[in-house]
Design a protein around this ligand. Structure first.
Ligand SMILES: Cc1cc2nc3c(=O)[nH]c(=O)nc-3n(C[C@H](O)[C@H](O)[C@H](O)COP(=O)(O)O)c2cc1C
Length: 322
């Protein structure tokens, strides 16, 4: 008997811990500034959410060049969290963002810091803005001296999240972006959830090294950089599937999956592994419309699978029983 396929397009809407998105697609932090830089390429209203570059308490010039190099199937970066700082963000960038996103995507502001005090001050202030739907904490950037401390130490991470959650507007969601540069990511995921994270996003970049064999020096001025793009996708899918099955599903905490998403089938893999939201970073450098293009492919695939909603696909991975 053939299955009857619904005539209506499958519904792409998702619910991230109460944050309702028209579709799961979003930008990955740091890959399209504060949206102003991106709006000439894509109608922001087509996205489920827009995620800003990391904002720190003070402005940061970032690392010296060379800050980005291409690698097989990916790229490495050590931007060093270059950003305008909290005051300029609030005075200039946020207004632009509010206007651009009217009636459109959810607004997620990414926050970085060097101390609990930094994170609490910046996340707490940003969450006062009613237009900000969620704050994403970057506790995992491998490119600043002490940036990895919080992201790799479960005890410290839980403490940090607890303080930040208390400092934020109650209905502003707290997303914690996990680092893959740890022995067991389920421990940091669990700590983030215990601390009060509403949503997990994963993964940030892998610490990596590319060498110029003529000079015998690193190709990136900072020395090491963070590897992103299709090269890390199977690793990211694996980590999402583990965190979903071992920690997040039973806690009822949704995951935003990222790491090398370029096509609709990449996106489908993350959803099957357990992601509810999907962020695209590196692929935007080749085609800024990637998140929008992915949606058409996902719709056809869901219809083919006889699914009327994308939510039917989430976490449906069948692992072999051992
Ligand atoms: C050029 C570049 C800059 C980034 N800057 C940030 C940042 O400011 N804050 C952050 O939390 N993540 C940052 N990331 C990490 C991305 O948000 C994302 O986690 C990672 O790149 C994996 O996704 P992708 O493979 O689709 O790029 C950056 C990534 C790239 C490539």
């Amino acid at each position: 008997m053939t299955k009857s396929v619904s005539q209506e397009s499958p519904c792409l809407a998702v619910n991230l811990a109460g944050l309702k998105l028209a579709n799961p697609m979003m930008t990955a932090s740091g890959t399209c500034g504060y949206a102003y830089e991106y709006q000439d390429f894509v109608d922001l209203h087509q996205l489920g959410a827009f995620v800003t570059k990391s904002i720190s308490r003070d402005p940061r010039p970032g690392n010296p060049a060379t800050r980005i190099v291409e690698t097989p199937s990916g790229m490495m970066n050590a931007i060093g969290l270059a950003n305008v700082g909290l005051d300029v963000f609030l005075a200039e960038k946020l207004d632009q963002l509010k206007q651009m996103r009217q009636g459109g995507p959810a607004l997620i502001v990414n926050v970085a810091g060097h101390s609990i005090d930094d994170y609490v001050a910046v996340a707490g202030r940003i969450a006062q803005e009613q237009e900000v739907d969620a704050v994403e904490l970057n506790v995992s950037c491998p490119n600043v001296g002490d940036g990895l401390t919080f992201g790799t130490d479960p005890k410290l991470l839980k403490e940090l999240i607890g303080y930040v959650r208390k400092a934020m507007r109650a209905d502003c969601k707290l997303i914690v972006q996990l680092s893959p540069n740890v022995g067991d990511i389920t421990l940091t995921a669990g700590a983030a959830i215990d601390g009060g994270a509403n949503i997990l996003s994963m993964i940030n970049t892998y610490t990596a090294l590319a060498i110029d064999i003529k000079t015998r020096k690193p190709r990136i001025a900072n020395g090491t950089g963070g590897l992103s793009g299709p090269a890390i996708r199977p690793l990211a899918v694996y980590l999402v599937s583990r965190v979903y099955r071992e920690v997040a599903q039973k806690a009822g905490v949704p995951i935003i999956g990222m790491g090398g998403i370029r096509t609709w089938s990449d996106a489908a893999e993350f959803l099957i592994a357990g992601a509810t939201g999907l962020a695209v970073g590196t692929s935007l450098f080749a085609d800024p419309a990637t998140p929008v293009n992915i949606m058409a492919g996902l719709e056809s695939y869901l219809a083919e699978q006889d699914m009327s909603s994308i939510t039917e696909l989430i976490g449906t991975l069948e692992m072999p029983v051992r």
